[in-house]
Design a protein around this ligand. Structure first.
Ligand code: ATP
Ligand code: MN
Length: 149
């Protein structure tokens, strides 16, 4: 029985397409949608600037900006749910997208994850985005449905 569907979004075209698919399916199944957006910590520390050298006053405005963006992406899905009479919830967390998606999927005990094959990255030729690749290779036993671009 599919009663809870997790929809991770980075606001990309593919993620929006996945959300449309998810809401349509949720409507048919009378399931709840959880729209999730992760503030990607990799874009704040570590990979470009050494973590120890990144001052809070530099990170905070960027984190605020990313949070606002994430709220916008999830609000859009919530709106789509409301329009279709589908129950929904929005969740924003910060961290590594793969870890955070899997963590929320287990925490909320979802029955299905629906996400895009690609995201916002310019690597258009890649077979699969690294976040999607990471999620499907985690051993959680939660089915993942990938919506193509
Ligand atoms: P890459 O990031 O590996 O360079 P990409 O951006 O094209 O490539 P992914 O980031 O793997 O591809 O995006 C695939 C899907 O993963 C998106 O459609 C979305 O469903 C999900 N996703 C990606 N980033 C996030 C995020 N920060 N929060 C929530 N979901 C995300
Ligand atoms: Mn990406």
């Amino acid at each position: 029985m599919i009663s809870k569907i997790l929809v991770p979004t980075d606001g990309s075209k593919a993620a929006q397409k996945a959300a449309l698919y998810a809401v349509d399916l949720a409507k048919q199944l009378n399931a709840t949608v959880i729209a999730l957006s992760i503030i990607d910590k990799r874009s704040l520390t570590g990979e470009t600037v050494p973590a120890g050298n990144t001052s809070r006053h530099l990170i905070e405005p960027i984190e605020d900006y990313l949070r606002e963006a994430a709220e916008g992406y999830t609000a859009e899905i919530k709106k789509l749910c409301n329009k279709n009479g589908v129950q929904s919830k929005t969740v924003i967390t910060a961290g590594h997208p793969v870890e955070a998606i899997v963590k929320e999927a287990l925490r909320a005990k979802v029955n299905l994850i629906i996400m895009g094959s690609h995201g916002k990255s310019a690597l258009a030729a890649a077979v699969l985005g690294s976040v999607t690749y990471g999620v499907i290779h985690k051993d959680t036993k939660i089915p993942v449905l990938i919506v193509r671009r």
